[in-house]
Structures are given as structure tokens and as C-alpha cells.
Design a protein around this ligand. Structure first.
Ligand SMILES: Cc1cc2nc3c(=O)[nH]c(=O)nc-3n(C[C@H](O)[C@H](O)[C@H](O)COP(=O)(O)O)c2cc1C
Length: 153
């Protein structure tokens, strides 16, 4: 079973999650350090790096970054090149794929597509567990958003 984690500041991503009916763990600012314990997909909005500390705390907690299968990035295309910047930065930094991008709380096509993506990920994960008994969780310490920014300045 693939789990879902999400982060929200103004509630749009929460609304999207509600529309999909997916069971998901909300990353809370008050206590972001929660261990997923299983493979999961992270759904998150885009903000400036300094607003994403809770996501960094969550990802760096225990084996959360090793269990991250992929990202679904939410944002607003009015931000042009910065559209979904947070998902894009995490993807580059942790070498995890972006599975889908959507705006705000998503439309009905987004809901359908993301449900399908989660379903496929569950199927693939079941297959992977059978075919690949040995997994390599040897990701090094992540250089996260701030390091990414330094490298690209
Ligand atoms: C201060 C602020 C900064 C934002 N920066 C970006 C951005 O860089 N890129 C982007 O695609 N969307 C940006 N957005 C839009 C949000 O990512 C978008 O509205 C998202 O759906 C909010 O999700 P949430 O309500 O779950 O927090 C920004 C919104 C605000 C209020």
C-alpha cells in the first residue's frame, strides 16, 4: 500500500485531498516529525523556501526521504517559471520524480488523474516488493532547499 502525505498552508491542498477521497497524513507545523513507515507520495504546494521548514523537518525525519516515491506539486501558474517550484526543487535534490502538477485545489481531471497515479503506484509497489527484495536506502544526507539555492545562485 502506498501512503500519501501532504502539506498545506492556506487550505487548497487540503481541499484537493478531500476531493480525491484519499486517506492522507497532514504534515503539521506544530509537530512535523512524523514517520511514514511505508512508501508514500508527497503532495505539496509551492512557496518560498523559508515557508517550507515543516516539510524539510518531515522529510529529514527517520527514513521519510528514503520512502518517498514521488511528488505531486501544487501551485499557481501566475508564478510563471516558479510554478510548482517547491516540488521541482525537492525532485532535483532528492532524485524523486514529479508524478503530477496541478493548480490550487485542482479540477475534476486532476482528481481523476491523481487517483489513477496513486492506484498505479500501489500496483507497481506491490510488484516491486515481490521482484526487488533488496532495496538500497543509502541516500546520503540531503542538501535541501537552502543548499539547492546556494548552488544555483
Ligand atoms: C506567499 C505565496 C507564495 C507563493 N509562491 C508560489 C510559487 O512560488 N509557485 C507557485 O506555483 N505557487 C505559489 N503560490 C501559490 C500556492 O502554491 C497555491 O495557491 C497553492 O495551491 C496553495 O496551497 P495551500 O493552500 O495548500 O497552501 C504562492 C502563494 C502564496 C500565498
Amino acid at each position: 500500500m502506498v501512503k500519501i502525505a501532504f502539506y498545506t498552508i492556506t487550505g487548497q491542498t487540503q481541499r484537493f485531498i478531500n476531493k480525491t477521497g484519499l486517506d492522507a497524513h497532514r504534515i503539521e507545523d506544530a509537530h512535523p516529525q512524523y514517520q511514514m513507515n511505508d512508501k508514500y507520495i508527497l503532495i505539496l504546494p509551492s512557496y518560498q523556501d523559508f515557508m517550507m521548514d515543516s516539510v524539510v523537518d518531515f522529510l529529514t525525519y527517520k527514513d521519510n526521504k528514503e520512502n518517498l516515491l514521488g511528488l505531486i506539486g501544487c501551485g499557481n501558474r501566475n508564478f510563471n517559471d516558479l510554478f510548482a517550484q517547491t516540488a521541482k526543487k525537492i525532485s532535483v535534490t532528492l532524485h524523486v520524480p514529479i508524478l503530477y502538477l496541478l493548480e490550487l485545489s485542482g479540477n475534476s481531471a486532476d482528481v481523476k488523474n491523481v487517483r489513477q497515479i496513486v492506484k498505479e503506484a500501489c500496483k507497481k509497489e506491490r510488484g516491486a516488493q515481490k521482484d526487488l527484495p533488496v532495496q538500497n536506502p543509502s541516500l546520503s544526507n540531503i542538501s535541501f532547499l537552502s543548499d539547492f539555492r546556494q548552488k544555483n545562485e
